[in-house]
Design a protein around this ligand. Structure first.
Ligand code: ATP
Ligand code: MG
Length: 588
């Protein structure tokens, strides 16, 4: 055994030390990673914040981890500010709990599953409704103990069909998830409102431009729900919104759609020797696509075949379609043949026996439709619902798009793309009923808990910050989440003046409570400038030989690019004071 020499390193440092770039594991890259399609993915890798391990699985390097911890801290503070308590639940969860809720099958292939050596099955948690319900069900017993609001910040696992965009859609990611338990819906509403406000504050503190939008509740369940969208072109979500205040994910957005009626005033069969697409049909008939009707053949899980009809110029909204026929799937070419449907020419008149017609609500007002004739190269003009065919069900099916109007005020809708950074849900009693989690009410009767759940994507929101805050030089971190607030850049190393002056400034700033890095590497000035911009330190203090001779250093503001020469004398106090003013205050 080697004997351990006593060292001079104190056990705990009284003042925080500057980050030494010569020592930090931060291998920045000149080249973009080949798989990076969006700015946050590109820049987080190049700035040495993250590294890919496998598709949708990433490590955080030391600088990235500092940012991550700051994002987490902001999220924690906002949860604590509304009385939500932190705990910690496991990621490995017994399959039995997921069977109880029904989600062992409902969650599908996105759920990571594993077996232990005894053959017991487990899920890697994609979310924690089951676990938290299990946790409280025999321990929270009386209305007197309600409400309760709990959260944790842990890894989540989802075997996404298309992991991409770096941290934005990963398979392992960090979520803050909170769950609340109530005796009444009103009480749930109060916590839901608190959470929504907390999410707004988190966005503001992260420097995110955002919009809360009406949304779909997907796998989670419940009806009342809202997504928090960070506005960004790279976002996978599309938002329809209006100045009147209406805003919704286009997956669910109701819109006033005005399809056009065809001028034909009776049913007329027409030979249409064209490719079976809407564009070809509209061109052939010389009518707008909105005057045609699009048909999509689908099947329900138990096999029943339906044809969905939407205005010809609109796309089918898949989430809306799934609400109309839960679990639906599109028919393959073979299945269409089997069902007696002619691809490209499907229409509501003369459909095979047993095939249901489900049409978009907007088509109710359209007296005569242009539709396929269920025969190759033939269409019907002037097909009238109610007369020439029966619509078995009307439902919202079409996806809102440019040109559609606001369902609230009727003005033209506007559209933007967004990254869903958080979502709040009023679950109601979905999990408490299925998992039998009950409390005793005032009259001594057993009641299922009324529940809410509230997810925040910690790693996704970190990437969203980068999407909104970058330029051609690299990341432009908001002060609140930057890996450090100031970087000191000595332009030459080994020089009698420059190195020591830079060290004094860095140590002085650290002593003033400023988070500081010093680029003490033996690199050329150009490399240090480029890396400082890439990593995105909010402020850079540039220390050069010529400046020192004049008693000056340069201060660069990363965001504005503005540079100013400041006297070396008093520089530490000056920057420390400036930062005190610039720092956002959490709850002042
Ligand atoms: P999406 O629709 O983008 O797949 P989701 O609606 O399934 O997300 P939720 O179940 O609402 O996600 O999870 C709560 C939060 O977790 C989301 O708002 C998002 O910020 C984050 N999140 C979800 N899936 C991922 C993922 N694959 N990678 C990173 N963050 C994610
Ligand atoms: Mg969601």
């Amino acid at each position: 055994m080697p004997t351990l020499e006593p060292t001079a390193v104190p056990v705990a440092l009284s003042t925080p030390q500057p980050i030494r770039m010569s020592r930090v594991f931060a291998p920045t890259l000149k080249e973009d990673p080949v798989d990076a399609e969006v700015a946050s993915h590109r820049l987080l890798v190049r700035a040495a914040m993250i590294r890919k391990v496998a598709s949708g699985v990433y490590s955080f390097l030391p600088l990235g981890y500092r940012v991550l911890q700051k994002v987490e801290r902001i999220v924690r503070e906002e949860m604590e500010a509304i009385g939500c308590q932190e705990l910690r639940m496991p990621i490995i969860q017994p399959a039995e709990l997921w069977h109880e809720s029904g989600r062992w099958s409902d969650y599908g292939p996105e759920l990571f599953r594993l077996d232990d050596r005894h053959g017991h099955s487990f899920a890697l948690a994609p979310t924690h409704e089951e676990l938290v319900t299990f946790l409280v069900r025999n321990e929270l017993r009386s209305y007197r103990e309600l409400p309760q609001s709990l959260f944790h910040v842990t890894n989540k696992y989802r075997d996404e069909i298309r992991p991409r965009f770096g941290l934005l859609r990963a398979r392992e990611f960090i979520m803050k998830d909170a769950y609340s338990f109530h005796a009444t819906k009103d009480d749930l509403q109060a916590t839901y409102d608190d959470m929504s406000r907390a999410y707004g504050r988190i966005c503001e503190r992260l420097g995110l431009a955002y919009r809360p939008v009406e949304a779909d509740s997907g796998q989670i369940g419940g009806k009342v729900t809202c997504e928090f969208m960070a506005l960004a072109e790279a976002g996978e979500a599309e938002i329809a919104y209006c100045d009147c205040g209406f805003a919704a994910n286009t997956e669910v957005a109701e819109a006033r759609i005005r399809p056009l009626a065809h001028e034909a005033d009776a049913l007329e069969k027409l030979h249409t020797p064209i490719e079976g697409t809407i564009a070809a049909l509209a061109a052939f008939l010389k009518v707008p696509e909105a005057a045609t009707v699009k048909a999509l053949a689908v099947k329900a899980p138990e096999g029943a075949v339906s044809v969905l009809f939407v205005p010809g110029d609109h796309e089918l909204g898949e989430v809306k379609a799934d609400h109309a026929i839960p679990g639906l799937d599109f028919l393959t070419d073979e299945e269409m043949l089997e069902a007696g449907l002619v691809k490209g020419y499907v229409g509501p008149v003369g459909l095979p026996e047993g095939v249901r017609v489900v049409a978009d609500d907007s088509l109710r007002d359209v007296a005569r439709w242009v539709v396929g004739a269920n025969e190759a190269a033939y269409h019907y003009l002037g097909a009238a619902p109610g007369t020439d065919f029966t619509v078995d069900a009307w439902a919202p099916l079409a996806r809102a798009q440019e040109g559609d109007r606001c369902p609230v005020c009727g003005n033209l809708l506007r559209f933007a793309r967004g990254i869903e950074v958080g979502q709040v849900f009023q679950l109601g009693t979905k999990y408490s009923e299925s998992m039998n989690a009950r409390y005793m009410d005032e009259e001594g009767r057993e009641q299922p808990f009324v529940m809410g759940c509230y997810g925040w994507g910690v790693t996704r929101s970190l990437a969203a910050v980068v999407e909104q805050h970058n330029d051609e030089g690299g990341i432009v971190w908001p002060l609140a989440v930057a890996p450090a607030e100031v970087a000191v850049l000595p332009l030459v190393v080994g020089d009698d003046e420059v190195g020591p002056a830079a060290e004094r400034i860095a140590a002085g700033l650290a002593a003033e409570g400023v988070e500081v890095a010093i680029d003490d590497r033996t690199e050329r000035a150009g490399v240090k400038f480029n890396d400082a911009d890439l990593v995105g330190w909010p402020y850079q203090v540039v220390v050069g030989r010529r400046g020192l001779e004049a008693g000056e250093v340069e201060l660069k503001d990363r965001r504005s690019g503005e540079k100013q020469l400041l006297p070396l004398d008093g520089i530490v106090v000056r920057i420390a004071t400036m930062l005190k003013e610039a720092r956002p205050h959490a709850h002042s």
